[in-house]
Write a protein that binds this ligand. Structure first.
Ligand code: HEC
Length: 222
């Protein structure tokens, strides 16, 4: 009897607008971590339905790539599948009953990685993310066995944060640094280097933002 009632309640809810709501579909922003042989790779999915067609993109900040288009996206009831090209990967999974997680298998090469994505209220901003900034701006040279004789990542990781920041601001890497904001340079230095926290040098000795001219204050004391 209870089952019957519950079934009816579900039908009734589904007949109302709630069924078309966010939580019942894969539409939205999803956050997951692929665990592969000691490495972690963050993945953010952006899924939307536009004029009845489901589509999406993927952010892979730890490989320095954002907005990778998803191919062959298919959603049927609680199931979702899609593919990614270069490097080829395929995901197949399903939404939880509450619609807040998406669990399935991520296939890449010979690996099958079980992954759970959780729904995010808003998309993360990777513009100040150290690992993303390094992969997107530095790793094309700073990789093991690189032909341009750039220090390997392990060598950079042995440097002080302040030395890395110095290289980006007025040292050998200032050309690469010039393409970034001071916050981004500090984010890379903090991610890569060791010990003390690097500060963007623009902030050193600068007046706090929004400080009014001293002489304009109305009260004077002699
Ligand atoms: C186009 C290739 C290239 C890119 C891109 C690049 N680097 Fe370099 N980097 C090099 C090379 C080559 C050296 C070695 C230069 C030398 O010793 O004369 C180097 C040296 C360095 C050093 C050591 C500097 C020193 O004073 O010894 C740091 C730190 C560094 N890079 C950080 C970065 C960071 C952080 C980025 C990304 C924002 C970056 N690099 C982007 C090629 C590159």
């Amino acid at each position: 009897m209870w089952r019957l009632v519950a079934g009816h309640a579900l039908l009734w809810v589904c007949a109302s607008a709630a069924c078309a709501g966010e939580n019942d579909s894969a539409n939205g922003v999803w956050n997951g971590v692929l665990q592969t042989s000691g490495q972690q790779q963050r993945i953010v999915l952006h899924i939307e339905t536009d004029q009845g067609a489901i589509q999406g993109t993927l952010d892979s900040p730890d490989t320095g790539r954002l907005g990778i288009p998803l191919a062959m996206v298919k959603a049927e009831q609680k199931a979702l599948q899609f593919e990614v090209r270069e490097p080829h990967a395929a995901f197949q999974g399903s939404l939880s009953a509450d619609g807040n997680s998406l669990t399935g298998d991520w296939k890449q090469g010979l690996d099958v990685i079980h992954v759970t994505f959780t729904r995010l209220a808003q998309a993360p901003d990777f513009r100040q993310d150290g690992p993303y900034l390094f992969r997107a701006n530095c790793a094309q040279c700073h990789t093991p066995f690189n032909p341009v004789r750039a220090p390997w990542p392990a060598t950079l990781q042995a440097m002080q944060k302040s030395a890395i920041l110095g290289a980006l601001e007025n040292g050998k890497m200032r050309a690469a640094g010039a393409a970034l904001s001071s916050e981004q340079r500090a984010a890379i230095a903090n991610y890569l280097g060791r010990s003390e926290v690097a500060q963007p040098s623009a902030a050193v000795n600068a007046c706090p933002a929004g400080l009014k001219g001293m002489a304009n204050t109305p009260l004077w004391n002699g």
